[in-house]
Design a protein. Structure first.
Lengths: 236, 294
């Protein structure tokens, strides 16, 4: 049984329908990418999972139906969502941002251990703990958002366009860490990405969305060879 | 010189009452983006409850004080859940109008329950004067300064050093992100309203012993607290508290040393300060600009 399963999921912003029945799954320990052009419904799919958009259909996480639950209760079930634009509290310190990842967990010792573990992945963040988070560069903010998500000790990590607006060196460093978390620590990941090349190199399976529907899905190896995917998203 | 210091202490006593109420205003403004015009009346209503606990139920002052803070907290949570939340998705102007309606309701209810006649609200502090280096200081003033300062400090420590405070600050600046982190944002806002109501109750009880208890006595205090919060920075808790002390001492000294000003021009001076600050420095004296990189 998959860790996360979406079945015929529809979502709308007011009268505007963004998803027309999406079905996809993420297995325990798997990394999955959602690819597609602007407006295909990638971000909305993540928002449907987190309950921040009006959603119909079936979403089952860890055997429990989560459609219609509050966003905070979905998060407490073990889904860490790093939103588009990273969602950094720029007024607060870097340290406070990191601690907010574990602020609702009861076991403070485990949180402490998770903070230490997250910071080993991001030494740059560890050096800047007392700075105001708004003073970090874009790449550092993305690292901070990822570190904060790890502190929540998630069972599933949702990443929305982690490469957006970052310098190429930052992007490869970031995806190196995502791969490590997935392959060495067995963390399940569902990520949305415009940069199909780096995404396909980092995940095992991918879905291609077109105007709110799944147009195509296969292993990342198959998609890298697929004519249409190569022409539309990989550019060779 | 002794006269000067005497007026500084008296000004600090007034300022610390404004500080307690101004901090409540800032808490609500940061969390909800609105000015709560009913903040003073929430304190007034709580003070009437304290009056009943002391004079009808026969409690000692400090027991009534403590119970009133708890009742005010519950009342503040109730106001948020019942009166404010139904309008949460409306414009900020709508919510401000709701607080003005609440002002009228609380004011009318207090007149109806306790009658509009002025009441004597006892002070927990002795009405004595001590002399420190030739300066005559009212013990009551010292008591007011101490109680307000203690309450303000507790609130600061809560926000600065506890997980609850961190969640409350996070919910105020970015509710959507906070939900994604599992924070119960609505509950945090309710706790904020509860804390603000308790602070207002402290301001109400401290002000009532200096003035007299009547349904309208907090309106003037609220005006000073507004002026002080704007002076210090409506988004800066530290600024609002410092602004309150500055305003309290400033007005006390002005009334003493600028003869023609007199007592009747105190409030206009406070309002003039408010207008000038809004014109010249909208962020207030201590309001800081957040550094953002896009």
């Amino acid at each position: 049984m998959p860790l996360l399963e979406l079945e015929g999921v529809e979502a709308a912003y007011g009268p505007l329908k963004a998803l027309h029945g999406i079905s996809l799954g993420v297995d325990e320990g798997q990394a999955v990418a959602i690819l597609g052009a602007n407006g295909a419904g990638k971000t909305t799919t993540l928002r449907a999972i987190s309950g921040t958009v009006r959603t119909q259909g079936e979403i089952v996480f860890d055997g429990k139906r989560i459609v219609g639950r509050s966003t905070e209760s979905i998060a407490r079930h073990g889904i860490a969502h790093v939103p588009e634009g990273r969602g950094i509290y720029s007024e607060l310190s870097v340290r406070e941002n990191v601690l907010l990842g574990g602020v609702t967990r009861r076991d403070r010792k485990a949180v402490k251990a998770d903070v230490a573990r997250a910071l080993t992945y991001f030494p740059r963040i560890a050096e800047r703990m007392h700075q105001q988070a708004g003073t970090l560069s874009g790449g550092e903010q993305q690292m901070l958002a990822l570190a904060r998500a790890l502190v929540s000790h998630p069972r599933l990590l949702l990443l929305d366009e982690p490469s957006l607006g970052l310098a190429p060196s930052f992007v490869s460093g970031l995806y190196g860490i995502i791969r490590k978390l997935n392959q060495e620590e067995g963390l399940s990941v569902l990520l949305v990405e415009q940069n199909a090349k780096i995404a396909l190199a980092s995940v095992q399976y991918a879905y291609v969305l077109e105007v709110g529907r799944v147009a195509l899905h296969a292993t990342s190896g198959e998609l890298e060879q697929h004519e249409g995917v190569r022409a539309s998203y990989l550019g060779y | 010189m002794a006269n000067f210091f005497q007026h500084v202490v008296a000004g600090l006593a007034n300022g610390s009452i404004y500080a307690t109420l101004a901090l409540a205003l800032v808490l609500i403004h940061r969390a909800t983006g609105i000015l709560n015009f009913a903040q003073g009346e929430m304190g007034m209503f709580a003070t009437y409850i304290a009056w009943s606990l002391i004079n009808t139920a026969g409690m000692t002052y400090w027991l009534a004080f403590a119970i009133t803070l708890v009742i005010a907290f519950i009342g503040g949570v109730g106001v948020h859940q019942v009166v404010i939340r139904p309008f949460a998705h409306r414009s900020e102007l709508t919510v401000v109008i709701v607080t003005i309606a609440l002002l009228g309701i609380l004011n009318g209810a207090a007149s109806w329950i306790w009658s509009p006649q002025e009441k004597f609200f006892q002070s927990p502090f002795p009405l004595r004067v001590i002399h420190v280096g030739g300066v005559a200081i009212n013990i009551q003033d010292l008591g007011v300064i101490g109680v307000s300062f203690a309450c303000v400090t507790v609130v600061f420590l809560l926000f600065r050093f506890t997980r609850l405070g961190l969640q409350m600050r996070a919910s105020a600046v970015a509710p959507e992100t906070s939900r994604l982190l599992g924070i119960r944002v609505v509950a945090m806002l309710s706790i904020g309203w509860g804390l603000a109501a308790s602070l207002s109750a402290v301001a109400g009880m401290m002000a009532a012993q200096a003035l007299v208890l009547s349904p309208n006595y907090m309106l003037v205090v609220l005006t000073y607290a507004f002026a002080a919060a704007v002076l210090g920075g409506i988004d800066s808790p530290v600024g609002a508290v410092l602004g309150s002390y500055i305003l309290g001492v400033g007005i006390s000294l002005l009334t003493e040393y600028v003869g023609w000003l007199g007592v009747s021009l105190q409030l206009p001076v406070a309002l003039a300060v408010l207008l000038i600050v809004i014109l010249v420095r909208p962020a207030g004296l201590f309001g800081h600009v957040v550094v953002r990189r896009v």
